[in-house]
Design a protein around this ligand. Structure first.
Ligand code: ADP
Ligand code: MG
Length: 463
């Protein structure tokens, strides 16, 4: 796993220790938030420190994969704050020492079960505010809504129900609504795939796999959010497959959400993909103007009934937000809240040009986006490697994502065309111009393309 060059380095006189790991951990906690820190980053140890890079220890391969795929960039920039010369991180898998697992063995089986239960229950809470009543139905989500309702009235008629769609389009809202509706009369388990994985890893570490299996297989309604997290994680897929089969065989209702269709889940075992698509598969599309408008109207009336006052938005303002916001409902609601807050603060009713300023702020200045990030998100989105995306190959499955990333680099960063070109394996600025024009034209004429660009954009801006 380790590069041999590292060994040679280990005696290097350049080795210079300045990192205070406790304070690094504190800054992780501040910048990533307590939950991510507790679940993941806290478990990273500092193994070795060199002048220009560090070797960090993690317990398992899952941990490593998960952390590198989500947090590597940000970890690096945090580390740089403590020691500027660091420009690379390597992860080393350092299995937990066997003494610790022996301690776990000594605990009674009962304790272990309640351990799992407590930690899962914290994340198994259904949100009472995400229910069917406040889910606004439109063309793009009608089928998803009807299917969700249907399985509530006829358990295991369609099994599994698989709902997919881009970020912020209402998947979690629907899953949560199903959970709420069914929880009175059933044993509902509602968990994100990420959390499922975390429990899984924890159970392996503590030798509690038997309890893990028991716990998850007791549900007669099993709802799992964001299943795309299992991509590329073999051990987790194995466990999910068995959980799925047991639940399915005992006729438990299974509900799954994903950011893409079952057959598009690359790096997922075929047998799982076929199970996932064996019931009812529905997609949630991007909302059209009408749906966005209705969601805003619903928000306004909720606001009125909650705060007993009017948010004071002129019709033309609401209309403007619906028209010019992104195709992402989470963001739409964010903009709405911002506009209302802005209006309250300035104690006057806002007009369209105020809105323009606020929207511009949301899209441009509030986020610092790096070209690296654009490249990573885009290549992940199309499931191609970064190296392929930057390579000179011209086949369309590589060239389109490459052009899209260049386009987004132009739109979302202040970088100049030559700078962007350089970041794309030293391409000429004319290549970047060509890419921007090509994508621009495609966005205007091709729905699929527009949808993809919107989705990638919101992925880039969403964390
Ligand atoms: P996803 O899980 O697809 O990323 P969410 O379910 O988290 O999206 O939805 C994002 C936000 O938008 C949530 O606040 C949710 O309540 C809201 N939302 C999404 N779709 C609707 C809808 N049809 N009606 C009302 N609110 C919605
Ligand atoms: Mg979600």
């Amino acid at each position: 796993m380790e590069k041999t060059s590292l060994k040679a380095n280990s005696t290097s006189i350049l080795e210079e220790k300045v990192l205070d790991w406790d304070s690094v951990q504190r800054s992780f906690s501040e910048s990533f938030g307590a939950e991510i820190h507790d679940s993941w980053l806290k478990h990273i140890s500092l193994v070795k420190e060199y002048n220009d890079h560090v070797v960090l220890g993690v317990k398992t391969r899952f941990f490593r994969d998960w952390i590198t795929s989500r947090y590597a960039d940000k970890i690096l920039s945090e580390l740089k704050k403590h020691k500027l010369s660091i420009n690379r991180i390597e992860f080393r898998i350092e299995p937990e020492n066997s003494n610790n697992s022996k301690v776990a063995f000594n605990n009674s089986a009962l304790n272990k079960i309640s351990d799992i239960k407590n930690s899962v229950l914290n994340y198994n809470r259904l949100n009472p505010n995400l229910n069917f009543d406040n889910f606004v139905v439109g063309k793009s989500n009608n089928l998803g809504f009807l299917s969700a309702k249907k399985i509530c009235s006829q358990l295991s008629r369609y099994n599994p129900l698989f709902i997919y769609g881009g970020v912020g389009l209402g998947k979690t809202h629907l899953l949560n609504s199903i959970g709420l509706e069914l929880s009175q009369k059933n044993k509902v388990m509602f968990i994100s795939a990420e959390r499922f994985m975390y429990q899984f890893i924890k159970s392996i570490k503590k030798n509690e796999m038997v309890n893990f299996k028991d716990f998850f297989r007791k549900a007669n309604v099993f709802i799992i959010d964001d299943i795309q997290f299992i991509r590329g994680k073999e051990g987790l897929q194995e466990e999910f497959f068995h959980t799925f089969n047991t639940l399915f065989d005992q006729s438990s209702q299974i509900v799954i959400s994903s950011d893409r269709a079952p057959n598009k889940l690359d790096r997922v075992q075929d047998r799982i993909k076929s199970r996932l698509s064996g019931g009812l598969v529905v997609d949630i599309g991007t909302p059209d103007y009408d749906l966005k408008l209705n969601i805003l109207k619903k928000r306004i009336s909720d606001y009125q009934s909650t705060f007993k006052e009017n948010p004071d938005l002129a019709e033309e303002v609401v209309d403007y937000i619906a028209k010019y916001s992104n195709f992402n409902i989470r963001e739409l609601i964010g903009i709405f809240n911002r506009v209302v807050a802005y209006g309250k603060m300035s104690k006057r009713s806002l007009n369209v040009s105020d809105c323009k300023i606020i929207l511009k702020d949301v899209y441009n200045t509030s986020k610092v986006v790096s070209i690296d990030k654009i490249q990573t998100v885009t290549s992940n989105f199309f499931s191609i490697s970064l190296a392929d995306m930057l390579s000179p190959r011209r086949s369309r499955p590589l060239a389109r994502p490459r052009q899209m990333a260049m386009y987004l680099a132009k739109k979302l960063t202040p970088r100049s065309l030559p700078e962007i070109g350089r970041k794309f394996a030293n391409r000429d600025h004319t290549t970047v111009i060509h890419a921007v024009k090509t994508i621009q034209k495609l966005i205007e004429n091709n729905d699929e393309m527009r949808k993809n660009v919107e989705e990638i954009k919101s992925l880039i801006l969403s964390d």
